[in-house]
Design a protein around this ligand. Structure first.
Ligand SMILES: [Fe+2]
Ligand SMILES: [Fe+2]
Length: 176
């Protein structure tokens, strides 16, 4: 791809890191859909999928929303980016998604210890998972279409560095 007149991304590219998270979110949503739909999974497959889903959506998924709410949005506001009411909407999505994922986590936790309960739980996995996946996928598309392009043109190299360092600290990684 030829890009003209664009600066190369900084070494600590915050938007690239957030986009990587979006791809992970999409992969885990697909896994959640499989768990809600398939009737031919072995007990081990159910256990492993429930364990991976619980692990991801109880930790890394929440860190991602925090990266945006606490580490990216304040810098964009401070830099005067013209992003209201988008930031408000995205923050509200994060709160709604946080509430919705709680009920799914409860069911995945049960499946870790009791994979045989899958047929019983599948209707509620679908009922709870469908609106969660719908809002989350719309949310990712909205961020990619309207937030990230403006963030890319707004953030200065030192912002990328500071936000990325804060993201690493939140994950217990030493700042590089
Ligand atoms: Fe978000
Ligand atoms: Fe995001």
């Amino acid at each position: 791809m030829i890009t003209i007149g664009r600066r190369p991304p900084p070494a600590h590219d915050v938007i690239a890191a957030l986009l990587e998270c979006h791809e992970r979110i999409r992969r885990f949503l697909a896994m959640a859909e499989v768990l809600g739909a398939r009737a031919d999974l072995s007990g081990d497959q159910v256990h492993d999928a429930a364990r991976d889903l619980e692990r991801y959506f109880s930790a890394a998924f929440l860190r991602h929303a925090e990266d945006e709410d606490l580490r990216l949005f304040p810098v964009l506001r401070a830099r005067g980016a013209n992003l209201e009411p988008l930031l408000l909407t995205l923050g509200q999505h994060h709160q709604t998604l946080d509430l919705q994922v709680g009920s799914l986590l409860e069911r995945w936790r049960r499946l870790i210890t009791e994979p045989g309960a899958l047929p019983e739980l599948q209707p509620s996995l679908v009922q709870l998972g469908a609106p969660f996946a719908k809002l989350l996928l719309e949310h990712l598309v909205l961020e990619e279409a309207e937030l990230f392009p403006v963030a890319r043109s707004t953030l200065r190299p030192e912002d990328h560095q500071a936000i990325k360092a804060a993201m690493d600290r939140a994950r217990g990684l030493a700042a590089r």
